[in-house]
Ligand binder design. Sequence first.
Ligand SMILES: Cc1cc2nc3c(=O)[nH]c(=O)nc-3n(C[C@H](O)[C@H](O)[C@H](O)COP(=O)(O)OP(=O)(O)OC[C@H]3O[C@@H](n4cnc5c(N)ncnc54)[C@H](O)[C@@H]3O)c2cc1C
Length: 389
Amino acid sequence: MLPEQTDVLVVGAGPTGLAVAVTLAAHGVRATVVDGLAEPPVTSRAAVVHAGTLEVLDRIGVSAPLAARGLPATRFSVRDRDRVLVTVPFDRLPSRYPYALLVSQAETEAVLAERLTALGGRVLRPYRLTGLDLDAAGATARFAGGETVRARWVVGADGMHSAVRDLAGIDFGGPADDPGESFLLADVRVDSDLPRDQVSLFLGRQGPLVWAPLPDGTVRLVATVPDAPREPRARHFQALLDERGPARRPDRVTELLWGSRFRIHHRIAGTYRSGPVLLAGDAAHVHSPAGGQGMNLGLRDAVALGDTLAAVLAGRPDQLLDGYAAARRPLAEEVVGFADRLTRLATVPPAVRPLRNLLFRVVAGLPPVRRKIAVRLAGFEPDRAVIRR
Ligand SMILES: Cc1cc2nc3c(=O)[nH]c(=O)nc-3n(C[C@H](O)[C@H](O)[C@H](O)COP(=O)(O)OP(=O)(O)OC[C@H]3O[C@@H](n4cnc5c(N)ncnc54)[C@H](O)[C@@H]3O)c2cc1C
């Protein structure tokens, strides 16, 4: 049952909301966490947790159990069909987790939920937020079943279509008439010669194709496409592999386990804080999944916000929360810029491709550049911490 009042109401129990709640619980703050769904989703969705994120999650006791459920990829290779343009090593990252961890989002959420339970918290379901009255001392949240909760702080971790963001009147940018970039993704069984210790990114003329091994022996494929079919089938992914993947020994899709399509704009909320309302994760930023950064950025937002909220509840000035907003928003801008550059690199005209490949091999072949790409992909953020432990 919902409490009448709470210090922190976290709306949304996806990876971001769960990580905010775990961080607060680790500081001894019991947040009220609600989700509109009766059960957590079981689909795989975001499939990679990077080293920079694992370092941050380590502080809340989540990385070791998560690593035990995933598959470590020690390298990331950029390819043009059969040609490897550059191999980025993760195994030399300055981290206890020198790899990209391939793991289904459902597992990531399960590990976070277990950690929350271990710290004495839980998610209250199904409670869908429908109204928010804001005032100087906090907010009154209204739910679809008629319940209300009075909260000092409200965290909008309710995803791309965030009700918290809309009810607080925070702008989400992006052109209203542009349908956004179109993606196809799937988990498939595939007969392939590609190495399973690395994530491969093919810079296909028609757009990028990501090939990532998953722990259960399947492979995650993600590609930009001009127009995605309503019901993706194995043949659509076979066509993508034939068009963009290895040419000498082509991959063969033997089974489609799960496929999906979506369109996405690159959008960032006008602000991450408006009075008692704070945004994190997809509620604050959405962008292409091509660089595998979306959920990672949200998880790192979440720990930063949990730390900051706990400090404010312990008596530090609430302007610290403006610091959270000011520090995190530029990081989303960087990730959006990175995803844009990746797509532009993939889709250069055919005449320019040999030059692009040559430049890529020369520039990205330099060890300092390779290290920089590894650090960037891994999500190690510049130290803009508002709060220190
Ligand atoms: C099909 C698919 C594939 C994806 N693939 C990738 C990928 O390969 N790589 C990648 O980085 N990202 C991927 N993503 C995006 C990734 O899943 C998100 O970045 C991530 O889930 C964001 O986490 P979040 O907790 O911020 O939001 P969400 O996971 O969206 O969680 C929001 C939660 O809020 C709840 N909620 C919403 N509205 C309300 C309300 N009014 N009241 C109460 N609760 C509410 C929802 O039920 C949900 O549980 C994919 C997403 C989808 C849908």
